[in-house]
Design a protein. Sequence first.
Length: 300
Amino acid sequence: MKWTGTTYGNAWMHKWLIRMLRHMDVRILYAFTSVFVIPVCLLLNPSAGIIYRFFRERMGYGRIKAALGTYTNHCLFGQVVIDKFSMYAGKKFHVEIDGQEYYQKLATRDESFIILSSHVGNYEIAGYTLNQDQKAMNALVFYGEKESVMANRAKLFAGTNVRMIPIRSDMGHLFEIDQALQRGEIVSMPADRIFGSQKKLSLPFMGEPADFPYGPFSIATMRGLSVLVLHVMKVKSRTYRIYVTPLDYDREAVRQEQIKQLATSYAEEVERIVKLYPTQWYNYFEFWNNEPICANNRRT
């Protein structure tokens, strides 16, 4: 089954979840999903086997620790989804920022820059948290996402100077990206899943080669742009920590070498974060051969 980048449920379910979260402590829903929903998912969803192998083969865990890690991973994924809808319901989370000075330095300049993300943690919270007064941010999102989710995102982003660019099969999003960069704005995009163009790079990652999309690194080096990686990690029930990391590459090198350097630096930073927070790895497909066969259309 191919991953399509959509959130579970329909508009009616999302609407009632938001209403419920306006009056409910999120920890009650955390407990409910952990006890009743997650065990069923682990039995019925093949993503359990994917994550179990991640802990066994990539993290080197024993069988019991890998099984516990698999359960914790799915619980945290459920909490991330609940947290998103909690924000749609108007609730706030405490956010700590590590490396905010790197972001602020670039945000006060006239030049554009690129933010790269990954499907680790809860990146969406960054768009609601970082100060966007200085410069507009354009965030790539997947075109097939549910209309109710997109509407709630747009409502929250309205107060943060963030606009969404849907990734389209006809590659029309590339034109919007180019326009945003010409205006000197920020462009934010995921760089750990191949989307749109199928051109890719094979990079060492967690002990084995893995495929990463070529496009994000090509866009950055085409204009010699500064690049940041942002990860937003859940550290407590109501607390997240944002890690802002600049990526260096030799802008005087030949173009293909620049792309390789930048992509390698990105993969190394994602690996660093994954090793710090292994239970917040939310790529529910065979990442190391790039065949998304069992994600059940999940996204973060």
